[in-house]
Design a protein around this ligand. Structure first.
Ligand code: ASP
Length: 344
């Protein structure tokens, strides 16, 4: 009897030990962003700041709850991004910037780290949550990227909710479009050069892209990004957000990245994939890799923006070379963190 009792105690102790070890071995984590740019305390009212912090908190907590309940990283990413797309505060979904013609063309992408499957949509005009459509491209089509009217037809065929383009309208973004067009037209007159005119636009004219990276208890990473792109964009311009390797990347063997910033630079410098390549092949931490690409590669050439990065051990980096980036994170190892300005 005594022997039996001692054996059960030993067995129970080892079970508790195994469970603790498993919990320690299986971190969960999520990080989100709501765009990087010239975000200055002096230009923001207390109410505006509170609204951003509340929305970031809601989105990161919703994603974290998915992971806590044992959900997978793709669901955590889409849950968080949908909340940000539905908020008029950010340049994605409702609140997206306007094109030169006064419409909204939305881009989004998603990637999972386990299989490196990915899906993306570009220039969609009538899909309420582009991140869901990107996921559908990944899971329910043989393709990675669908654009424009074709992407809308695909959405239609899959029964995705369609909305009028005006659903994404906001007064704030309309004013930005009017200002941007004035600036572009006067620069064009001055330089006779469209490139210089677009370069002259302040960062605020594209800010507010949203993204998320997550790690689930099975060790799987995922990343997603969604945006309205750049104010007054023309000719079907597409930025980095729907480009796998530029604005979004996920690989369990290295890291998951979602980017925000001047998309042309992020495409040319293959930012998200470069960060993960440094983690994988140079054995850099996510913080070191992100810092090298954002500050040593992009900054000298004039590329502004930031990234959120997460590895399969739950390490998080929130790195940017602009005065601020809307950001938040939470993991089994670290409490809720919300940041807007530099150094907080
Ligand atoms: N990267 C986005 C784009 O270029 C914009 C942004 O993140 O601010 O379309």
């Amino acid at each position: 009897m005594k022997l039996f009792r001692s054996l059960s105690i030993v067995l129970m102790a080892s079970l508790v030990w195994a469970e603790t070890a498993m919990a320690e071995e299986s971190p969960i984590a999520i990080a989100i962003h709501g765009g990087a740019g010239t975000i200055e305390r002096s230009k923001m009212t207390d109410d505006q700041e509170r609204a951003y912090r509340e929305k970031l908190t809601e989105a990161v907590n919703a994603g974290y709850q998915v992971l806590e309940k044992g959900g997978d990283s793709l669901d955590a990413v889409t849950t968080a991004i949908r909340i940000l797309e539905d908020s008029p505060l950010f340049n994605a979904g409702i609140g997206a910037v306007y094109t030169y013609e006064g419409r909204h063309e939305l881009d989004a992408s998603i990637m999972e780290g386990k299989s490196r499957r990915a899906g993306a949509v570009a220039g969609v005009t009538s899909v309420r949550n582009p991140i869901d459509l990107a996921r559908m491209v990944m899971e329910d089509s043989p393709h990675v990227m669908l654009a424009g009217p074709g992407a809308e037809t695909f959405a239609q065929s899959r029964g995705v909710e369609r909305v009028d383009n005006s659903l994404f309208d906001t007064e704030r973004r309309r004013k930005q479009l009017d200002e941007a067009k004035k600036k572009i037209q006067s620069e064009e007159r001055r330089h006779g050069n469209e490139q210089a005119a677009v370069e002259a636009l302040p960062v605020a004219f594209r800010m507010g892209t949203v993204g998320a990276v997550a790690l689930d208890k099975n060790g799987n990473l995922a990343a997603g990004t969604s945006t309205g792109g750049m104010t007054a964009k023309r000719y079907g311009r597409i930025g980095d957000s729907p480009v796998i390797g530029a604005g979004t990347f996920a690989d369990n063997a290295s890291c998951a990245v979602s980017a925000t910033g001047h998309g042309e630079y992020f495409i040319r410098f293959n930012v998200a994939a470069d960060i993960c390549a440094r983690v994988r092949y140079q054995d850099k931490s996510v913080g070191e890799a992100a810092d090298a690409v954002i500050n040593d590669v992009l900054r000298p050439v004039g590329g502004t923006g930031g990234v959120i990065v997460l590895d399969a051990a739950g390490n998080i980096a929130l790195t940017f070379n602009t005065p601020g980036m809307y950001r938040a994170s939470r993991s089994s190892d670290s409490p809720l963190y919300i940041g807007i300005f530099d150094k907080e």
